[in-house]
Design a protein around this ligand. Structure first.
Ligand SMILES: C[S@@+](CC[C@H](N)C(=O)[O-])C[C@H]1O[C@@H](n2cnc3c(N)ncnc32)[C@H](O)[C@@H]1O
Length: 207
């Protein structure tokens, strides 16, 4: 696997949330917020590729004592996340990739619209990395696109072309991330779908 690069989302960062809202309305935010209320008080939370951080606002408001390690490859996204999350000292920002996750174990890992950026074999590595950074009984929360219907395939094609053209991504198709994640390391404990079944939000438990 080639080393992941930094700052590939810098160009798109200033209009990322607007674009997502324009394309999918509230569905992305609903999928991102789904199951955040199951995070226990005092939990240590790892967010990888958290973007502008907007979806974490409610978590920080409702959960008064969780702490978030926010590992994000784009410097511009981190700048926006700091503004969105009001510079709270309960969030530790780290400019880096999933390979730079701090050497500690977490209660929950959140990767929203992140697993769609990896090939099957890369995702296997990411899965092992997440597994290795979770406490026993730890959870992994994933929201992302799925490819179950004809129109999903068309939407995905357009989206991958768009992100390829902007230089943010190299891959061109979506892995079957749910199957890969459950291939021995995690068990699905809850799931919900959004936007006509195009977006799934899934909670997994470490096995
Ligand atoms: C599609 S955006 C999703 C952002 C956010 N999670 C959301 O749901 O709105 C993917 C984010 O992951 C970041 N990213 C890309 N590769 C990464 C990596 N290997 N490690 C950490 N962050 C990464 C990008 O900079 C971008 O902000």
């Amino acid at each position: 696997m080639a080393a992941p690069q930094l700052n590939r989302f810098d160009k798109i960062a200033p209009f990322y949330d607007k674009l997502a809202g324009f394309a999918f309305g509230n569905s992305l935010m609903s999928a991102q917020e789904y199951n955040l209320d199951t995070i226990a008080e005092g939990a240590d939370v790892l967010v990888i590729g958290g973007g502008t951080g907007k979806s974490l606002t409610q978590l920080l408001v409702k959960n008064k004592s969780c702490r978030i390690w926010f590992v994000e490859a784009s410097e511009k996204m981190i700048e926006l996340a700091k503004k969105n999350l009001n510079f709270t000292n309960r969030v530790i920002y780290m400019h880096g990739t999933h390979e730079n996750v701090p050497d500690r174990n977490f209660d929950i890992v959140i990767t929203h619209f992140f697993v769609d950026m990896f090939t099957d074999s890369e995702l296997h590595n990411v899965m092992q990395l997440v597994h290795g950074h979770l406490k026993s009984q730890g959870r992994w929360l994933v929201a992302d696109f799925v490819n179950h219907k004809y129109w999903h395939r068309i939407f995905l094609k357009v989206m991958y072309i768009f992100f390829n053209c902007l230089g943010a991504l190299d891959i061109r198709s979506l892995s079957n991330w749910d199957r890969i994640i459950q291939s021995g390391y995690f068990k699905k404990i809850d799931a919900s779908s959004f936007y006509g079944g195009f977006i799934n939000s899934v909670l997994y438990k470490k096995t």
